[in-house]
Design a protein around this ligand. Structure first.
Ligand SMILES: [Zn+2]
Length: 286
């Protein structure tokens, strides 16, 4: 069995504030330990049930060098490095392949604009007002699930903040595992479970997910016949820059889209547009 674990940070145990999310934050290193603990607990659960399972962990937050390699479970491999299109055109899912049976997503948060969501955003908070998949506003977990489906992988487990539950349950169906590591109070506060407690919850949920997959009880995801991905930005100039990437079309003053039979291919194109949109001219040319 092969499992890909996509990892974000805003929905990791104990993470509630921007100071924990980037290397210049005073509490960032401690948050990296908490995040690595969440990932290890999930890997322990997988290997307790399926000792020969191949596990690839994709570090998918910010600079994408957050999971502590020397503390990671030795049976796993780690995808490290930023999601520039020439590096990681599938962003958080770079490294997944057609051999993946399941996708687990650890440390996730609700989408941009989710009311009172804890650290809520979609990929790039300063750029993206809405990300739409087949016309519906969705968060990163739904986009990742669509990409995974195009590789034939089933989503078995999602962990994160309580305000992510609705979107997670929509992807997982009734038999998938959602692990809530903290109860959201607002954009930068939550009631947090301790790492010892969340490790138990994550380990047990991973065990159940693997067992249910083997029993054929997880919701099987049919790849969509056509995938339309649309990004709505805050500013018109962002779309002007995005459209210098190929295969993207303007759909409004502040929006652009692409479509493809294959969700992974659609994502690669929209991601290169997002990267171009972030490519600001030098200060003296503005
Ligand atoms: Zn993140």
């Amino acid at each position: 069995m092969n499992i890909f674990i996509a990892v974000d940070m805003e929905g990791a145990t104990g993470v509630t504030h921007h100071d924990q999310l980037m290397p210049d934050g005073k509490t960032y290193s401690a948050a990296c330990k908490l995040l690595t603990g969440d990932v290890n607990a999930v890997i322990e659960g997988i290997l307790a049930t399926e000792p020969q399972c191949s596990v690839i962990v994709g570090d998918g937050h910010g600079i994408m060098r957050n999971v502590i390699l020397e503390q990671l479970h030795p049976m796993a491999e780690l995808v490290v490095g930023p999601a520039a299109p020439q590096n990681k055109p599938l962003c958080q899912l770079e490294g997944i392949s057609a051999s993946a049976d399941m996708l687990f997503m650890v440390g996730y948060h609700s989408r941009a604009g989710y009311p009172n969501g804890l650290l809520a955003h979609t990929y790039v908070g300063s750029l993206i007002r809405n990300f739409r998949l087949n016309r519906a506003a969705v968060g990163e977990i739904t986009v990742n699930a669509a990409i995974a489906a195009s590789f034939g992988a089933t989503v078995g487990l999602v962990s994160g903040n309580s305000d992510l539950a609705e979107e997670a349950e929509n992807i997982l169906g009734e038999n998938g595992e959602f692990v809530c590591v903290k109860s959201t109070l607002g954009p930068t506060a939550a009631i947090c479970k301790t790492p010892a407690k969340t490790a138990d919850l994550l380990r047990e949920a991973a065990i159940r997910a693997v067992v249910k997959f083997k029993e054929g009880k997880l919701k099987s995801v049919e790849p969509a016949k056509v995938t339309i991905m649309e990004v709505e930005t805050y500013r018109r100039e962002s779309v002007d820059r995005a459209l210098t990437a190929t295969g993207l079309y303007r759909t409004g003053e502040c929006s652009f889209e692409t479509s493809d039979k294959n969700a992974a291919e659609a994502f690669r194109r929209i991601w290169s547009g997002i990267a171009r949109a972030l490519d600001e001219p030098a200060a003296w040319l503005r």
